[in-house]
Design a binder for this molecule. Structure first.
Ligand SMILES: Nc1ncnc2c1ncn2[C@@H]1O[C@H](COP(=O)(O)OP(=O)(O)OP(=O)(O)O)[C@@H](O)[C@H]1O
Length: 272
């Protein structure tokens, strides 16, 4: 099942934010979405998830417009972790993860043993098992991310869309989350993930889509996309890309390019 975005145009408060974006999220792949601040990555992810309505174009899941599906049906196609998921006071992490089972449950019916098993597995996979009985409002930023990832995993949707899901995580939990995402992809899930860390994208993603000024600037393998030329154009940095010793293109930023000179300027030691 492919999630297919066709010629998307999206405006927020009447401001055009995305234009002419077409991209497929294929089963079994991890697609990284990168680009500078304000480029439109979150807007693209939210549109792919059916949370935002494009003013032109459409998102098709299994060949059918996602926006026309009922919430329960959409939830079987797409699970999403946004950056600003609201937290209700009261529920525990286990309750939050159980919400991910919405699409599988009959209305008002109590959770089944299968729901509880799925919740336990999702808590474990997300590295959130020890948090299960904690109120979500008392969690640290990283713990909240783990809980939200658990909720999305419990949903068991065909596509998983995540917006900077590891931004507050330590290196252990980052590696763990990427290992779980890889296992999910190997089982056939299509995974789209917004990332700022170019080396994380390079190492863990099969393809990378580069969003720049509301347009899809490039999409392809990390090797094809993460070139010094493209990084210079999109991020206005000078970078070296090393491959041999890492097994994936490793981006080493050297400095920023100043508009006037177009040359790298390495910040002096001791400055931010
Ligand atoms: N409600 C809104 N009304 C108008 N413009 C908005 C609104 N929300 C976001 N934008 C603008 O849309 C553009 C794209 O925002 P988006 O959050 O998709 O960027 P992003 O690539 O995810 O950025 P970041 O890396 O900083 O999270 C930005 O210029 C942002 O200022």
């Amino acid at each position: 099942m492919t999630l297919r975005a066709r010629d998307l145009e999206v405006a927020l408060d009447r401001t055009p934010v995305l234009g002419g974006v077409s991209i497929d999220l294929r089963p079994g792949e991890i697609l990284g979405i990168i680009g500078p601040n304000g480029a439109g990555k979150s807007t693209l992810l939210r549109t792919l998830a059916g949370l935002l309505a494009p003013s032109h174009g459409e998102v098709l899941a299994d060949g059918r417009p996602l926006r026309r599906m009922r919430p329960r049906e959409r939830a079987a196609h797409v699970a999403v972790v946004t950056q600003d998921a609201p937290l209700m006071s009261g529920p525990s992490v286990r309750d939050l993860v159980l919400m991910g089972r919405y699409a599988h449950r009959r209305r008002l019916a109590p959770p089944t043993p299968a729901d509880h098993r799925a919740v336990d597995r999702a808590l474990r996979d997300a590295g959130a098992a020890a948090l299960a009985d904690r109120p979500v409002t008392e969690l640290s930023g990283g713990e909240r991310q783990l809980a939200q990832i658990g909720r999305a995993l419990a949903q068991g949707a065909a596509h998983l869309l995540l917006d900077e899901p590891t931004s507050a995580l330590d290196v252990h939990h980052r590696l763990r989350v990427f290992a779980v995402l890889r296992a999910q992809a190997d089982a056939g899930t299509g995974i789209g993930i917004v990332l700022h860390d170019l080396n994380e994208a390079s190492r863990h993603c099969d393809r990378i889509a580069v969003v720049h000024d509301g347009r899809l600037r490039a999409a392809g393998s990390p090797r094809d996309v993460l070139t010094p030329e493209l990084l210079a154009e999109v991020y206005r940095i000078e970078a070296r890309v090393l491959s041999a010793q890492f097994g994936y293109p490793h981006v080493h930023p050297l400095g920023i390019r100043t508009p006037a000179a177009g040359r790298a300027r390495t910040p002096a030691k001791g400055t931010a």
